[in-house]
Design a protein around this ligand. Structure first.
Ligand code: FES
Length: 164
């Protein structure tokens, strides 16, 4: 009987240690689980689907050649006539249903242009130059035409390819 009590006590002490050890493992396990399911989940992303653009739209980085995903929220607006977006060095506009892509920089002093749907032109707010959708100067002080790029819409209307 005495021997059984001793064994039980010893057993309980050992169980106590085991419980502490188990608790420690549980805590560590919980922490590690929390870390592995936190905000730093390393799910790979694809550039084209997250940014809506693949290729180069920056003249400082080389030849212009890029594709816009018009289903991406950044570029969806281009499906509607009268809207425009600026992508790095390029301004892309839906000019009365036709997508056009030109240099965004006014040829006078480089101010970024905007597209005006009512006039169907590109306007510089700095000194008032105006350019046609083909890049020609309509109103100065700018004297040099804008660079114009090919803008090819995919047959499903969801992808726009722009290149020199
Ligand atoms: S910078 Fe555009 S008109 Fe002067």
């Amino acid at each position: 009987m005495q021997e059984n009590t001793m064994k039980r006590g010893q057993f309980l002490r050992e169980l106590g240690l085991s419980s502490s050890a188990l608790l420690a493992f549980y805590c560590i396990g919980t922490t590690m689980t929390a870390c592995s399911t936190g905000s730093s989940d390393p799910t790979p992303t694809t550039t084209g689907t997250t940014s809506g653009i693949t290729g180069n739209a920056d003249t400082a980085k080389g030849a212009i050649s890029f594709t816009l995903d018009l289903t991406n929220s950044k570029y969806l607006t281009l499906k509607t006539a009268g809207n425009f977006v600026i992508v790095d060095s390029i301004i892309v506009a839906n000019a009365k249903g036709t997508l056009v892509a030109l240099s965004k920089a006014c040829t006078h002093e480089g101010t970024a242009l905007s597209y005006r749907s009512a006039q169907n032109d590109f306007h510089c707010s700095n000194h008032g130059s105006e350019f046609s959708t083909t890049g020609a100067v309509e109103v100065g002080p700018a004297t040099k035409a804008l660079a114009v790029y090919q803008a090819q819409l995919s047959s499903d209307g969801n992808t726009l390819t722009v290149k020199a």
